[in-house]
Design a protein around this ligand. Structure first.
Ligand SMILES: [Zn+2]
Length: 344
């Protein structure tokens, strides 16, 4: 099969197209999928440089997100059949440990994402457990189906599960433009919340408005924390911050007493500080979140089937120009997801 692979750690220059043996079903719970389209996330860029911890065997098929057509299934598979169009949840867990049995797959000790330590989605075939697929909406184009899972699932867990966002609350979402923040706007609106979205790009803020953001702030020209306090009188109920070092201090300034700050990433750096006196005095909740569990994945797939939470796609690259998607993601100017068309 044709695949886009990482042949040495470094950057996108080390991505090569190779002809590799197609993966086969090895356990009865697995599904083999003909990948129609794949999509990449910031994690895929980190993989190129080599993540901390054990290194994957190279060449590695890259790509975390994807969607395609079920080609064959293991003997124990009951929910999908050959020919079904499916969304792929790229978070793979062992399925046997206490965390997995409790339905909290993201804290499974062997939790990993496709294309990180196991073969990814930018290849003609991928094999995943049945629990990691959901039927794709019949009318959803492959590009959006491929771009759906990781960002939507991450944003869903952040807002619905971790922050328990409620109707009428105000949520501040920093740096709209990437898949998670754009999904977060849609999820917050679905919960009946008021959304304040920021970006340094007016074009991205227009898209945020189109997705339902109530207030948009250009963080290049306004003091976001001050604006949020003046708009709310007290501060935001929930702040979604995956930017990290650059926004952390202002996220706290924008947060109301007893508010929730939820993070899933640290694009501008991971080291921040906090004045513990403010933490206890204002009784803040600082919440981490990563990916989502199988139940949350089925929930967002059900919402997608109702035409909700469909992702914004920035651009689609043919497989033989797949490296271009990584270059564009590294530049950081994208508005929505970067997709690679694998099969046609
Ligand atoms: Zn497990």
């Amino acid at each position: 099969m044709r695949a886009l692979t990482l042949t040495a750690f470094g950057g996108p220059e080390n991505l090569q197209h190779l002809e590799l043996p197609a993966p086969t079903i090895t356990t009865p719970d697995q599904v083999r999928i003909r990948v129609m389209a794949a999509a990449i996330n910031r994690l895929d860029l980190f993989v190129l440089g080599g993540l901390p911890g054990p290194k994957p065997t190279l060449p590695l098929v890259v790509g975390s997100d994807g969607a395609g057509i079920v080609e064959s299934v293991g003997a124990a598979v009951t929910r999908v059949a050959p020919g079904d169009r499916v969304l792929i949840n790229p978070g793979i867990s062992c399925g046997r440990c206490d965390a997995c049995r409790a339905g909290e797959q993201p804290i499974c000790r062997s939790f990993h994402v496709l294309g990180e330590h196991s073969p990814g989605t930018i290849a003609e075939f991928v094999v995943v457990p049945e629990a990691n697929v959901a039927k794709a909406p019949a009318n959803m184009p492959w590009s959006q189906a491929a771009a759906f899972s990781l960002a939507t699932l991450t944003a869903w867990r952040m807002l619905a599960t971790r922050a328990r966002l409620a109707a009428g609350e105000t949520v501040l979402i920093w740096g709209v433009g990437g898949g998670v923040s754009l999904a977060a706007i849609q999820i917050a609106k679905l919960h009946g919340a008021r959304v304040i979205a920021t970006s340094s790009s007016d074009l991205k803020l227009e898209t945020a408005k189109r997705l339902g953001a109530d207030v948009t702030l250009n963080h290049g020209s306004v003091d976001v924390a001050k604006e949020v306090r003046s708009l709310t009188g007290i501060g935001a109920d929930v702040v979604v911050d995956s930017v990290g070092e650059k926004t952390w201090a202002n996220s706290l300034k924008a947060l109301r007493p007893m508010g929730r700050l939820v993070t899933c990433g640290a694009t501008t750096g991971p080291h921040v500080s906090i004045d513990i006196r403010k933490l206890f005095w204002f009784q803040w909740n600082i919440l981490g979140s990563t990916m989502g569990n199988h139940k949350e994945f089925q929930t967002i797939a059900t919402l997608a089937a109702r035409g909700l939470l469909w992702p914004i796609v920035d651009s689609v690259f043919p497989l033989d120009q797949g490296r271009g998607a990584f270059d564009r993601l590294a530049q950081g100017n994208q508005l929505g997801k970067l997709v690679i068309e694998v099969s046609s």
